[in-house]
Write a protein that binds this ligand. Structure first.
Ligand code: ZN
Length: 218
């Protein structure tokens, strides 16, 4: 049974919960942490010091669930603050960490620790956020969850920033005063699809027929 965790050898695991703002990522992180605590596993929760929206040392979801977290200035501070007895490490707002978060998480997993990360996969422009691409790639389990579009009520995978002329920086910490969850259609409203324009992909109907369809049509 090589490669299986038979109980005598702890196997680390990396889990990522991603999605847009207001999709319940932090709630899901808190839910997993609570379950680990019920199982009497030692849990430590970290968050980047940049995110000061609610309370200095709490991870708080939009629905006001909270757990106590340690704000850290850099990825390496996670290692220096780790207790020997810790079995589960939860990291909220992981998109705000520097690239060192990747080797830090690998090191934790190698130690047999379960690492649960939550964060935004995309910024308000739809570009990937910070270390998320590599994190999603190396994770054992990824859950991409959706919010609800504030315009039409459809499932939403995008974060829409209101008043973009005010500030175009990628990181602008805010809440519903600055952001909304939107479906692709209502998010596209304001964001010109520069990628498609740049490649001039022809999307006119009737010009690109599948040869098989042409052959079988009467
Ligand atoms: Zn919509």
């Amino acid at each position: 049974m090589v490669g299986y965790n038979m109980g005598h050898l702890a196997s680390g695991i990396v889990e990522v919960v991603c999605g847009p703002m207001f999709s319940g990522k932090t709630e899901e992180l808190i839910r997993r942490v609570r379950r680990a605590q019920i199982a009497r596993q030692k849990v430590q929760i970290f968050k980047p010091a940049i995110d000061d929206r609610y309370h200095e040392s709490d991870v708080v979801s939009h629905s006001s669930l909270s757990i106590t977290a340690l704000p850290v200035a850099s990825s390496l501070d996670i290692l220096s603050n780790l207790f020997d007895s810790t079995r589960v490490v939860a990291i909220d707002e992981v998109q705000f960490f520097d690239q060192n978060i990747i080797p830090v998480i690998k090191k934790l997993a190698r130690r047999g620790i379960r690492v649960i990360c939550a964060g935004l996969d995309q910024d308000y422009k739809g570009s990937s956020f910070g270390p998320l691409p590599e994190l999603l790639c190396m994770a054992d389990r990824v859950d991409k969850i959706q919010a609800i579009c504030t315009v039409c009520g459809a499932p939403a995978s995008k974060t829409y920033r209101k008043n973009t002329e005010e500030c175009a920086e990628q990181v602008l910490v805010g809440e519903s005063d600055r952001y909304e969850a939107r479906c692709r259609v209502h998010w596209d409203d304001h964001a010109e699809d520069e990628d498609l324009l740049a490649f001039s992909i022809p999307l006119k109907s009737g010009t690109n027929k599948d040869p098989k369809e042409v052959a079988t049509s009467p």
